[in-house]
Design a binder for this molecule. Structure first.
Ligand SMILES: [Zn+2]
Length: 97
């Protein structure tokens, strides 16, 4: 599978972008998975959650909700996040080789 060109318009891929900016199409199914994982990690990261809280109309309500969510998070959740991060790094390494 050719991952360096857009499957729709044959535009040459630039750097680490997942999607063709012209037709909003993923370069490969793997890129779709990677983009989803990157978005998920960003969402789960502190800055991502902080951004989401900031964007909420009720800022302190969102902070309180976030605090409760952290309090209720089980060790299973943390293991899952680590598994996703390790999988992401592993896939990135494979794509470089
Ligand atoms: Zn394209």
């Amino acid at each position: 599978m050719n991952m360096t060109q857009c499957p729709q318009c044959n535009r040459q891929r630039k750097g680490e972008e997942y999607k063709c900016p012209k037709c909003d199409c993923f370069y490969s199914p793997l890129d779709e998975i990677l983009a989803a994982e990157a978005a998920e990690i960003e969402k789960r990261s502190f800055t991502g959650r902080f951004k989401a809280s900031k964007e909420a109309s009720n800022f302190w309500g969102a902070v309180k909700k976030e605090y409760q969510r952290l309090e209720n998070s089980s060790p299973y959740n943390i293991t899952l996040i680590f598994a996703v991060i390790i999988m992401f790094i592993f896939t990135m390494t494979l794509s470089v080789i």
